[in-house]
Structures are given as C-alpha cells and as structure tokens.
Design a protein around this ligand. Sequence first.
Ligand SMILES: NC(=O)c1ccc[n+]([C@@H]2O[C@H](COP(=O)([O-])OP(=O)(O)OC[C@H]3O[C@@H](n4cnc5c(N)ncnc54)[C@H](OP(=O)(O)O)[C@@H]3O)[C@@H](O)[C@H]2O)c1
Length: 300
Amino acid sequence: MKILVTGASGLIGTQLCKHLLSKGHTLHILTTRTPWQVENEQTQIFRWAPKNNDIDDKALEGVEAVINLAGAKINQRWTTKSKAAILKSRTESTRLLFEIIQKTQNKVHIINASAIGIYRSNLNKQYTETDKVFSDAFDGVVVRQWEEEAKQFEKLSCLTTILRIGLVLSNVGGVFIPLSTPTRWGLGTWFGNGQQWQSWIHIDDLVGVIDYCLQHQLVGCVNATAPNPVRQRNLVRVIAKVAGAPQFLPGLPKVVLSFFLGEMHKLLFDSIYAKPQKLLKSSYQYKYSDITSCVTDLIH
Ligand SMILES: NC(=O)c1ccc[n+]([C@@H]2O[C@H](COP(=O)([O-])OP(=O)(O)OC[C@H]3O[C@@H](n4cnc5c(N)ncnc54)[C@H](OP(=O)(O)O)[C@@H]3O)[C@@H](O)[C@H]2O)c1
C-alpha cells in the first residue's frame, strides 16, 4: 500500500515509518523541513507549509492511506504565540489535507492523531470513546477543534479514524526519559499527590494499533491507550522497582511546577482514565497491557 505520513520525523512517526517499511509499504512523507535524502527506494519526501497553505500535490498521487501526525509540541511553555502555533499547526494542516483530498477526489483511509486530553480531567471517571465530557482547558479545546477538522473527511466518504492517543512511552523520546532518568538515580518523584490517572501506551503498541486500524479499517474515535492505566505515583514506583532504585522523595507541589512551567503544568496534574473500549472489543493483541511489562521492556 502507498501511505502518506505527516509528522514522520517525530517520536511516533519515526517508529511508525520503520514499521510500515518493514511490512513492504511504500511511503510518501510530507514534511515542513527541508527534504532529506533517503536510503531506501520505498520512500519519497515532499514538502508542505500548512501555515502558507502550501503543499506539493504530487504527495497524494496513488496514495491509499494518510496518517496525519503533524503538530507543534504541546509540552512547551504556553504563551499567546505558542498557543496559536499549537492549535494552528494541527487545524490548518488537517484542513489543508482535506482540501487537497477533496480536490483530487482520492478516497483515502485517513488516520488522524488526536489525544486523550479531549476528556475532562477527573480522578474517578473512566472514559470510553462514547463519552462526551470534554475538557474546556486549552489543550482540550485544541484537541476538539482538531477532531472537528478531521471529521470533515467523513463528508468525502473517506474511511476516517481518529486516534485519541494516550501518553506514549518510549525509550528514544517523549516523557519516559525525563521521568525515568532521575528515578533510576533514586530521585524519582510524582506530581502533587500522584493520584492522577495516566493512560499510557507503549510505542510498539501504538504503532501496532495504527497498523491494525489500517488493516481492519477500524474507524471513528479510538482510544489508543493500554487497557490498564496507572496512577502517576504507581508509575514512578514501578520504574524505581524495575530499575532497582530506591524511591523516597515526596511528590512535587503544584505551586513549584506552576512557577517553573506556567499554565502548561496542568498537563502533569490532569487525571484521565481512557479505556480503549473499541480496541478491547477488536481482535487487536496488545504486546504490553500492564505497566510493569512496559517499563521492564523500556528499561532493559
Ligand atoms: N507523544 C505523545 O505522548 C502523544 C500523545 C497524544 C497525542 N500525540 C499527538 O500525536 C502527534 C505525533 O506525536 P509525536 O510525539 O510523534 O510528536 P512530535 O515528536 O512532536 O512530532 C510531531 C511532528 O509534527 C511536525 N510538525 C511540527 N511542527 C509543525 C507545524 N508547525 N506544522 C506542521 N507540522 C509540524 C514535525 O514533523 P516535520 O518536521 O517532518 O514536519 C514533527 O516531527 C502529535 O500531533 C501529538 O500531539 C502525541
């Protein structure tokens, strides 16, 4: 299959592209960077600049599926300028893909990234894909607008999968490295009282889920999380245990993190238990469904 991937140079995109190539797919990569040299003949690189409404039309030629992962990093200080960049890098890029697919009338299967941050933080509630209790915080609003853009593809009769991705755990990037490094040195700590739910997913499973959605045409909103979310305090304790390190520090107070990180500190305190109902009802087999097996793999 010929697949177009945006955000391919990111944490998820890099692993996903490796996997898709290993399965014999051909890739078209749309990047905001200067196109780079690729060593394999299965990959072609195209440039786009969503903020200028600029895209190389050839990127869509012969493509059967589009995996849209593009978006500016959300874990940066939230200023007026960065907030606009975080939002527009998702909505404008998704809209530009919509416009070109509408123009070319190419009936692709679109898999659009989204995030569990769409759900309202709650220490007790378990969310499934049918819940509509959405967050009014900045990140929640971004995800809602992003999903609204992605849902437009349904109007073009394109198969449309919206992946509400949880906290991606990987040992080559993302949150796991800053979380696990101090913990391995006995300096691990959680945020506040650490009771927040973290709906995580191992990077290999996320790649597996994307592949599964492609192969089985799983559409609509899909919580891309492991079946067993964990409280943040337990996540740190499991990392310490697997690494054989002591864990004695108390939680970091909210006021300290708020001072250093500004409004963005809320991401560390949000409690979202997102149950992957659709995947659990499907035949997808998780490689890592509990946090101990996931952390053991990442550390060893
Ligand atoms: N990692 C997680 O835990 C997680 C959780 C939930 C949701 N997500 C979402 O999943 C997507 C992929 O995540 P990731 O962790 O792989 O992200 P990432 O490492 O930050 O990569 C995102 C990619 O998006 C492209 N990009 C950056 N700024 C852009 C802009 N202004 N306009 C258009 N494209 C831009 C870049 O690719 P090029 O330089 O090649 O253009 C970048 O490599 C993101 O949209 C993220 O919000 C991630």
